[in-house]
Each structure stands twice: as C-alpha cells, then as structure tokens.
Unconditional design. Structure first.
Length: 405
C-alpha cells in the first residue's frame, strides 16, 4: 500500500498567498519595509555620491597641477652633475611639452636688500628684503604669467649681459614702482639695474611675485648664480608622467639620477582615494541601517507567525507540508525585502542625481549597483525570515489548532 501523496501547491499560488499576507496589513508592511529602504538607499547614496565626488574632484583637479613638472638640480653641482641653461632646449623637444624655463636661486640671494627710486615721493628711497633669482627668457610662459608693465628680457639682453631686471608684481609694489616707461632703477650689492618690466598674474612659482628676476648671464656675473637649480616644465594633460621620466635624461644625460623630479599624482589614484574616504565614512551607516531593517523584518514576520497560528494549523491539517508552510512565510519576508530594495535603490539614485544637479556635477552611477540593490534587499528579507519560517514549519497541526486565536 502506497503512502498518500502530499497535495501539490503551484508556485504561482504560493506567490499569491505571500502577496496576500503582505497586503493584509499594509501599514505594518510599509513600516517594516522602511528599514530596508533606508539601508539600501544609504548604500546607494554612499557609493553614488562617493563616485560622483571623486570624479568631480579629479575633473576639477587643476590643469596647472596636473600638467606641471619640476626638475630640481643639486644646489652644489659636480663636474658632470649640473644642469646647463641650454638644457631647456632638449626638454622642449620632448613629446607632450608645451613650455619650459630654467630658474637659478641660492641661499645667499634669498634675502637681498634692494632699494629703488621712490616714484611716489621723489628724492626718497625704499629698501626691501627680496629674493634675487636668474631665469631663462621664456619664464613668463612657464609660470603662466603675463607682463603687467614693460617687457621681459630677451636673448639679446642675455647675450649682451645687460644689467636689466624684471620685478614680480608684489616686489614692484613694495618698491613703489608702478610703471617702467621712465626706466626706473633698483640697487643692491653696489650695482644698479634698470627695470624693464613687471611680471604679474603668476600662477606657478608664486614666490616669484616678490622676487627680482635677472638674465642668467647678468646673474652669473653679478651675484654668482651660474647654473639652474630648477627647471619648470608645462605639459599637455596626461603627458606629465612621461615627461617626468624623460626630463632628467634630457637635462643631464650623464647623471640623470642626480636630479629630483616633482610630478603631479596619478589622477586615478586621486579618484580612488576620494571614493575610499567617502565610503569609509558612510558605509558603516548603511550596513547598520540594513541590520536594523533585517531585525524589523524578522520581528514582524515572527509576530505574523504567532498571529496566524490557527491558519498554520488549518493548512497543516489540510495536508500542507512543513516545506510549503515555511516557503510561504519565507517568501513573504523576501517580498518585503525585495520591495524595500527596489524602493531604496530608486530613492538612492534620485538623491544622487539631485545632489549632483544641485552642485552642478555630473552624476556617476554604476548600473550594477542599481540592479544589485534590490537583490541585496531580497537577501536581507530572506535571511531575516529564516527563523520565523522555520518556527512556523515546526508547528504541529493539533497544537496549532488548539492554540487560542
């Protein structure tokens, strides 16, 4: 004699029963879903805002910084370890280089007492402690500056060893020089120099705004600045790393290792760093919200099981298996989690887009995140409903039917 077969329950009927159980108490279901909604939304917002902020920060990463390479030469060069003023020509020929200039300074010329004719009060003299540096003729382009007055010295002034000088705009202000039409002179270390220009708008090496800039030949003759100590290179966007590797070889082929290269950081690393910092701040909050949501689903599912003891007993008496009873309540909790995941993912995406729009940013969203968030919510509901569903399945029909309703 064969054992009687358990009645078969179609999966579609199981879904209908689960949905009916969820919709039977809509307010309770809404409040239960809210925990998962907050958790999933927080995760989506965290990752979305982190990616958007990282992309925006890198996108706004100053073109000046991203394309600036500085080569530092030893302060006391050896016989074969120095940089020559003509070395900038070799660097200029490198692929990706837009402009290059050489600078020379020293500790002895960092604070020089400079006097000038006071054009505001004739007959007076002003003295200021300024840096005196030497530079190649293409310095204005290399520092992204512009002549506020007059002109910069040229190759003719360099070849003739002319005693001319260009002042940074702040240095000119300190010395009381506003114009160069009358060829004002400045005096330091017993020498006079004719000011032929004022350099302003300096975006790179801004300390030059308070410096006296001399032609390299004149600086070598008068203040002992013979060799460049720094080479400023401006590159096209994306070429900085390559130029940073090649510039020391171009400047000092015999001893490139004696030079120090300062290059901008890699943009991808900056983006990852920003995303990591933001994620570390809010990821814990999102996980805590998910845990709270899971606890809420577990509690409500357990209460539902206790409220429906008579129904469970009747189903078992009519032949429903433990597996079917467990599957129904497990499906109810999974449905609540899935709904919370869908609503949370949608809410998170909307918030990220609104934040980006308010900040005039370009939102960055990973489609895998939007698709995976509802699955994460369903998983939370599934795990939260395991214990209540197993408890419902373990109820015996007789005990369930005898329980007070």
């Amino acid at each position: 004699m064969t054992a009687p077969r358990r009645p078969f329950m179609d999966p579609r009927d199981l879904w209908k029963e689960a949905l009916a159980g969820v919709l039977a108490r809509p307010m309770r279901s809404v409040l239960t879903t809210l925990g998962t909604v907050l958790g999933i939304a927080t995760l989506v917002i965290t990752i979305g805002v982190a990616s958007t902020a990282g992309n925006q920060i890198v996108g706004r990463f100053s073109a000046l910084t991203a394309t600036s390479v500085t080569v530092v030469a030893p302060s006391q060069p050896g016989d074969d370890g120095f940089v020559d003023w003509s070395g900038t020509d070799a660097v200029r020929r490198l692929a990706g280089v837009e402009s290059v200039a050489a600078l020379a300074d020293s500790d002895t010329t960092a604070n020089v007492q400079v006097r000038a004719n006071n054009v505001i009060a004739p007959g007076g003299a002003l003295g200021q402690s300024l840096a005196v540096v030497a530079a190649s003729d293409d310095l204005p382009t290399a520092v992204r500056g512009a002549m506020a007055a007059g002109r910069f010295f040229d190759i003719g002034n360099i070849a003739r060893h002319d005693q001319v000088a260009v002042l940074g705009d702040q240095a000119a202000h300190l010395l009381g020089i506003r114009a160069v039409q009358d060829a004002p002179a400045i005096f330091f270390e017993g020498q006079s120099y004719t000011v032929i220009g004022i350099l302003g708008g300096i975006q790179r090496e801004q300390r030059l705004s308070t410096a006296v800039i001399l032609p390299p030949t004149t600086a070598a003759d008068r203040v002992g600045l013979e060799h460049p100590t720094r080479v400023l290179v401006n590159t096209r966007l994306g070429a900085a790393q390559q130029v940073a590797r090649q510039a020391p070889i171009a400047l000092a082929p015999g001893s490139p290792n004696t030079l120090t290269v300062l290059a901008p950081p890699d943009l991808s690393k900056a983006r990852k760093g920003v995303e990591g910092d933001v994620n570390s701040l809010f990821l814990v909050l999102g996980l805590v919200s998910l845990v709270v949501g899971a606890i809420g689903i577990a509690n409500v599912t357990l209460v539902t099981v206790m409220e429906r003891v008579a129904e469970i007993g009747l189903r078992r008496a009519l032949g429903a298996s433990k597996r079917q009873v467990s599957a129904q309540f497990l499906l109810e909790s999974t449905t609540i989690g899935l709904l919370g995941g869908v609503i949370g993912a949608a809410t998170g995406v909307v918030v990220v887009v609104c934040v980006a729009a308010a900040k005039h940013w370009t939102p960055v969203l990973d489609y895998r995140l939007a698709l995976g968030a509802p699955l994460a919510g369903a998983l939370v509901g599934l795990l939260a409903g395991l214990h209540p569903s197993l408890r419902a399945a373990r109820m015996e029909p007789v005990d369930a039917l005898r329980a007070p309703s």
